[in-house]
Design a binder for this molecule. Structure first.
Ligand code: IVH
Length: 677
């Protein structure tokens, strides 16, 4: 920047200008899908703003884009009362029900149906939210809740780039409450579910649940990662002027900088509205987000007011819900997928069919009980639909089509990937592979082992673990400790310093407390707390590994589920091999420090020797004290516990007396340790 340093006023102006510009570019990019600058140019502006804000935190604007991902709210989700009641809609499932809605409207208004205007909008499959803007500034947002009181989710809504931080209007109303729908695009939804399945977590049934779940995260950082978007379709309340029609309302919302639903249309009478429904029923695959129907609204707000609402829903609108598409196909096979946590999931291999816009060749059967409940057999003809219109699911078996040649499914007792024993714990729906080195589970296991909460190997993040696995340098957690400098050099991005750093971090991890190792091994049901409980009782891996179920159960806080799980883990040959390899690498397998602290009579005690001892040499007494867990230091301080005094003591004796530290003769010392040595 030329012209020397800016004064405070100029800096404030520059910050305000950057906020305005950046918000405009966010609007062009996310709301209009029509950016006018490059990402690099945007980044440059953003960095300038960040820098100025860092230097002048007092000048951070409330609508600054840097405040989008903020800290979690202190009080969780506080209740918020909506100004306008948030109603839901009555449903119509076919043309007859749509016509019945039209008839009710015609009768109530006393006007021929052909003269009544309707707005047709796509019904986004998401979750409704209300947003409050005060003098143009976004100040609050809430879920629908029961329609009158919702939950405050403002920090989470802020992370959505299609939510304007400030309304684009010269004279914004003092207060306006806008109603919209938060949704998750198909691609993000599918990716999220894939990740969840890989982590052994249940997938979201549909994008609506995914959107709602993402908004109810306490940490806005998680919401920010979920790639949510929002469209708006009505003004719930405003101190400003209300528009005359629904159509004008949409235009007004668009002018204010909100994203609108696509493909809205204004029609007269219901014939075209029904045609709109039919059209989008067949075309919904074209969209990159899910819709579950069409909303038809009386256009005139005056008519809307005349029609009013029941306690539940307005009489001036109806939701036409698409029928779920269902087709039949044949089950060619039932295969087993192994997730990263070792969960075995039966998957039906289907004769490929096209359904709701995509080709489907697999349908998850979730778990053994689900297969049994639906009685799906290999060779069966089945009815398939997409749950939440995305995840293919077998609705039911067409038992009439059975020939008798169908084969029932049996859960294998060995992992199809590695051959290790499969265990299904009591009360659990999921069967799991018990082999710690199973390739299907390795990535997650190794990542967990190295993570900060476990062995804390800095620099072993997901990218590095992935590279190590794909190069075959690491096959199980123990291999980490056998990595060579040359191998790490081959990983992308590693140079002299980072190689040394990683090697040092690995070296340091050899000496972690035992609970970190036990937690890091990833034994089912053994979290960090349980690992501490177990290792405060079993002081080494060997002790823990050889404990019987009864022995484990005798530890306070250990229930049957955990005892079985631990016992099972250490029964597996593969796991014992990994532990042996860890041992040979020099990884600490016991809690020596803890042992001393817990059991030794002089643990934590510090001694000073002075004068000539008659019964021991200095070395002998020092060794004895250390064997009993104590320490011998050279000088007396307030931290000294005892001073052992021989004949002709020196100044240390004086010091002990002046500090009030107990002194012991050799006899008294022997008396003290009697029975312990
Ligand atoms: S109007 C007062 N328009 O569908 C009526 N709703 O089943 C407010 N939805 O709660 C609803 N797209 O979450 C309206 N274009 C749209 C919509 C829409 C999705 C959701 C909304 C509503 C639910 C009713």
């Amino acid at each position: 920047m030329t012209g020397g340093a800016l004064n405070k006023d100029e800096i404030r102006k520059r910050i305000e200008q950057l906020v305005r510009e950046l918000n405009y570019h966010i609007y062009r990019y996310y709301t209009l899908d029509d950016p006018v600058i490059s990402d690099a140019e945007y980044d440059e502006l953003y960095r300038e703003l960040l820098r100025l804000e860092e230097e002048h935190p007092d000048l951070i604007q409330p609508d600054s884009p840097t405040t989008r991902v903020g800290p979690p709210p202190a009080v969780g989700f506080a209740p918020v009362r909506h100004r306008g009641r948030m109603l839901s809609l009555d449903n119509a499932f076919d043309a007859d029900e749509l016509l019945a809605f039209g008839e009710r409207v015609r009768k109530a208004l006393g006007i021929p149906l052909e003269e009544i205007e309707f707005v047709c909008e796509l019904k986004m499959d998401g979750t409704a939210v209300a947003l409050t803007y005060e003098n143009g500034l976004f100040t609050k947002s809430a879920t629908r809740g029961d329609g009158e009181v919702g939950e405050d989710i403002t920090p989470n809504l802020k992370t959505i780039r299609t939510v304007p931080m400030r309304i684009l209007a010269d004279n914004p109303p003092e207060l306006i409450e806008v109603v919209g729908e938060v949704y998750m695009p198909k691609e993000s939804f599918e990716r999220l579910n894939k990740e969840r399945l890989e982590r052994g977590e249940p997938p979201f049934a549909n994008p609506r649940n995914a959107a709602a779940g993402s908004l109810r995260q306490l940490d806005p950082k998680i919401t920010a990662e979920r790639n949510l978007s929002m469209v708006t379709f009505s003004i719930g309340y405003t101190t400003g002027e209300y528009p005359r029609t629904q159509w004008e309302m949409l235009l007004l919302l668009g002018d204010m900088g909100f994203r609108l639903g696509e493909h809205s249309e204004m029609v007269r009478g219901l014939k075209d509205a029904i045609a709109y429904c039919d059209n989008w029923k067949d075309r919904r695959e074209e969209l990159d987000y899910e819709i579950d129907g069409v909303v038809i609204k009386v256009n005139s707000l005056e008519y809307q007011r005349a029609l009013g609402a029941t306690s539940k829903s307005p009489r001036w609108a109806v939701a036409y819900k698409f029928p779920p598409e269902e087709k039949t196909t044949r089950v060619i096979d039932i295969k087993i997928g192994v997730g990263r946590t070792g969960a075995l999931t039966p998957v039906a291999v289907l004769e490929p069919l096209s359904i709701a816009g995509s080709t489907v060749s697999h349908a998850t059967l979730h778990n053994e009980d689900e297969v049994r409940r639906k009685d799906v057999r290999i060779g069966d003809r089945v009815l398939v639909h997409k749950a939440g219109d995305v995840i293919p699911e077998i609705v039911k078996v067409i038992t009439d089509a059975r020939t008798g040649d169908e084969k029932p499914f049996v859960m294998p007792s060995r992992c199809p990937v590695c051959g290790a024993e499969v265990v299904r714990e009591e009360g659990e729906a999921v069967a799991r592979c018990t082999n710690i080195a199973c390739p299907a589970q390795n990535f997650e296991r190794i990542l967990h082992f190295a993570s900060r909460g476990a062995m804390d190997i800095e620099g072993m993040g997901d990218v590095t673990v992935n590279e190590l696995l794909s190069r075959g340098f690491v096959k199980d957690v123990a291999d980490i400790f056998y990595l060579t400098r040359e191998q790490i050099y081959q990983l992308p991005g590693f140079k002299d310093k980072s190689v040394s750093n990683l090697l040092n971090a690995i070296e340091a991890a050899k000496d972690r407390p035992l609970w970190r190792l036990v937690f890091g091994l990833g034994i089912r049901h053994v979290g960090s707390h349980m690992a501490k409980v177990l290792t405060s009782h079993f002081l080494s891996i060997d002790e823990l590994a050889s404990a019987s179920v009864e022995g484990l159960l005798s530890v306070e806080g250990v229930g049957e589920r955990i005892a079985e799980s631990v016992h099972n883990f250490f029964k597996q040959e593969e796991n014992l091999k990994v532990i042996d390899k860890l041992k040979r690498a020099g990884v600490r397998m016991s809690d020596e420090v803890a042992e001393e602290e817990r059991e030794l009579p002089l643990s934590g005690k510090s001694f000073v020797l002075t004068g000539a001892l008659s019964r021991y040499t200095r070395d002998e007494v020092t060794a004895l004290i250390e064997r009993l867990g104590g320490r011998v230091t050279g000088s007396v301080s307030k931290k000294t516990d005892y001073v052992i005094v021989g004949s002709e003591p020196g100044s240390k004796y004086e010091k002990a007396l002046s500090l009030g530290i107990p002194t012991l003769s050799e006899e008294e010392f022997e008396e003290m340790i009697k029975g312990a040595s």
